[in-house]
Unconditional design. Structure first.
Length: 294
């Protein structure tokens, strides 16, 4: 009996990342894969021709420095009528940290109070001083990832320095200030595929800052989310329209959970021994999505 082979497109990094290392061999077992590695010369007509028979395209190149190139590819394939995971809207509209805050407020999701920081920080001088009286804040570029471009400040002078340093790193990218959650050195990442949690990780750090960039200063352990965290994460993924996402959370000293940010195209390799299993769940989801598009 002839077994049908499904096709899928994959937007990927030029040289491969850790998630791709585990994921691609599994995708190849279930799909005829058409890879679209990001590079400097992308021909529109070639993309259109290579993707003619594709219905589903997966993006695995979500981290800086590839994220914005990947976004253009996503929008291109959406223009061709493809189902892209994750979509351009969810990938960089809701993941925008300022819009993330607004979306959380709209849907009553617990998240730290955040402020948009004008380019001329002197325009916010009085208000910023009052904000800092309430406690430290964390400055972030709105599209920063893996712990990059994140600075904490407790005083106005520290805030000026933090913003000055960020400006050198991120150029014209807008900045937000997020109220700092006293969480010690422990944070959490919950990864979902569709409406299913495939991995939940506790991050034990050496400093307050969490992020994959600082893996040498962190240890990771699997944990089982309770009902509250499970429902919170599922609701968040649904509201943000993310099919494959990593949700970062923190818990304060009183046990209150906070959403810190959502990440499309999340890393799957925090726990190496669990990377294959988690990746298999993503591949199964891709198969189900593909069948629904037929």
């Amino acid at each position: 009996m002839h077994k049908e082979v499904y096709q899928i497109g994959v937007i990927c990094t030029p040289k491969g990342n850790a998630t791709e290392k585990f994921l691609f061999p599994l995708i190849k077992k279930k799909f005829d894969v058409v890879f679209f590695p990001l590079h400097n010369d992308i021909d529109y007509d070639d993309l259109k021709k290579k993707s003619e028979s594709l219905r589903v395209v997966l993006n695995t190149a979500g981290d800086i420095p590839y994220a914005f190139d990947a976004l253009e590819m996503i929008k291109t394939f959406e223009g061709f009528g493809k189902h892209v995971i994750d979509s351009s809207k969810s990938f960089y509209y809701r993941e925008d940290k300022w819009l993330f805050y607004q979306t959380c407020l709209k849907h009553h999701l617990p998240t730290p109070k955040s402020y948009y920081i004008p380019r001329n920080i002197n325009l916010l001088r009085g208000k910023l001083r009052n904000i800092l009286k309430e406690g430290p804040v964390v400055f972030k570029g709105i599209f920063s990832d893996t712990g990059r471009d994140v600075k904490r400040a407790s005083t106005y002078s520290e805030a000026l320095r933090a913003v000055s340093i960020l400006r050198k790193h991120i150029g014209t990218m807008p900045i937000v200030a997020q109220k700092y959650i006293e969480h010690g050195t422990i944070s959490y990442r919950v990864t979902l595929v569709g409406d299913h949690i495939v991995q939940a990780i506790t991050k034990y750090g050496k400093t307050w800052k969490e992020g994959k960039l600082f893996w040498k200063n962190e240890k990771y352990r699997l944990f089982i989310p309770d009902k509250f965290v499970t429902e919170l994460c599922k609701k968040t993924a649904r509201i943000f329209g993310l099919e494959w996402c990593g949700i970062d959370l923190m818990k304060d000293s009183e046990g209150q959970w906070y959403l810190i940010e959502v990440n499309s195209c999340p890393s799957m390799d925090f726990i190496i021994r669990d990377a294959k299993r988690a990746s298999e769940e993503l591949v199964d989801y891709l198969l189900n999505v593909h069948k629904k598009t037929i």
